[in-house]
Design a protein around this ligand. Structure first.
Ligand code: SAM
Length: 303
């Protein structure tokens, strides 16, 4: 089927069930089946892999994942689509569908998700890989990826279709307008690769923006360097919260009540940051060093 035929098929399939795509749920279905294959292929799936998909839709990517992986867990917020996908995927013993919001709130996943992943790990063996492979709804792509990086097990690989602009932010380096807390957070733990930029025409209905298939490869040796990952993430977000302000005043206000101005100055001077430095000029390693020095200064100050 070419893209037009797939779009027609999908719209008929939904119409037969009395449904139409719901824009608030980011229901832009991938209609170029070669790209559905490219997403699955980029994950290089094996029969011992556990795959999480957020946004089952009508189950087209899910069925490919089920063919190639050991276990697939797919979450869909829309009850109508969840029902359609359940019919579509019936009889696939390695697929578990969950109906509900994949997020408990902006900062946490639905707890059931990781419970299922850990169960699958116990079944398939501790050496099995855990992957996120999904055509993500745009509005929750950042919290899904960011929150998963806090989870244990952390996905070994994430292959996701997201808004291109978000992919640019994940991959950006210092000095670029896209560089920010998300770039630092993601690159501190993963290698980031833009696999393919996708025009709106490969989706039905067409979104207003370009998308991209992004591959994130988790690097456990990078993670092992952090004494307190949650503190690092919170500090990174605070450092980029007021992009135009000087680093010194950003740090002073972010650490108010924890470090006084003199203590902040000691840290900044020791790391060689000038009075007019801004967070966006510091590379990932410099942000890591700054966050860790601030954490240690905070512990000293509390003693
Ligand atoms: C971009 S579509 C992808 C659908 C399908 N996997 C595909 O590739 O064509 C995103 C899907 O995520 C679902 N969704 C949106 N918000 C969600 C949430 N918070 N939790 C779980 N699923 C969600 C939408 O209903 C929609 O089916």
């Amino acid at each position: 089927m070419d893209s037009r035929q797939t779009a027609t098929f999908l719209s008929k399939r939904l119409a037969a069930a009395g449904l139409r795509p719901v824009s608030r749920f980011g229901q832009n279905f991938l209609i170029d089946l070669n790209l559905v294959d490219l997403i699955a292929k980029s994950a290089d799936l094996q029969k011992t892999d556990i795959v999480l998909e957020i946004g089952t839709g009508v189950g087209s990517l899910t069925s490919r994942l089920s063919d190639q992986a050991g276990a697939v867990l797919s979450v869909e917020i829309d009850n109508n689509l969840h029902q359609l996908a359940s019919e579509e995927l019936e009889g696939r013993a390695n697929v578990k569908l969950i109906h509900g919001d994949a997020l408990r709130n902006k900062n946490a996943l639905r707890p059931e998700i990781m419970d299922h992943v850990r169960d699958a790990h116990a079944r398939l063996g501790e050496d099995s890989r855990f992957l996120l492979v999904a055509n993500l709804p745009y509005n929750i792509a950042t919290p899904i990826v960011s929150n998963l990086l806090h989870e244990i097990p952390t996905p070994d690989v994430m292959v996701v279709t997201i808004q291109k602009e978000l992919g640019d932010r994940m991959a950006a380096g210092p000095g670029s307008k896209d560089y920010g807390a998300l770039s630092v957070w993601v690159q501190s733990l993963c290698d980031v690769e833009v696999v393919r930029v996708l025009p709106p025409t490969v989706f039905w209905p067409r979104p207003k923006v370009h998308s991209a298939i992004i591959k994130l490869e988790h690097k456990p040796q990078r993670r092992a360097k952090f004494a307190d990952l949650a503190h690092f993430h919170a500090t990174t977000r605070a450092l980029f919260f007021h992009r135009r302000k000087f680093l010194r005043s950003v740090v002073i206000s972010a650490f108010k009540g924890r470090l006084n101005k003199e203590q902040v100055d000691v840290v900044l001077e020791r790391l060689g940051h000038q009075a007019d430095a801004r967070a966006e000029q510091l590379d990932v390693q410099q942000i890591q060093e700054l966050a860790e020095s601030l954490r240690l200064a905070e512990i000293d100050a509390a003693e």
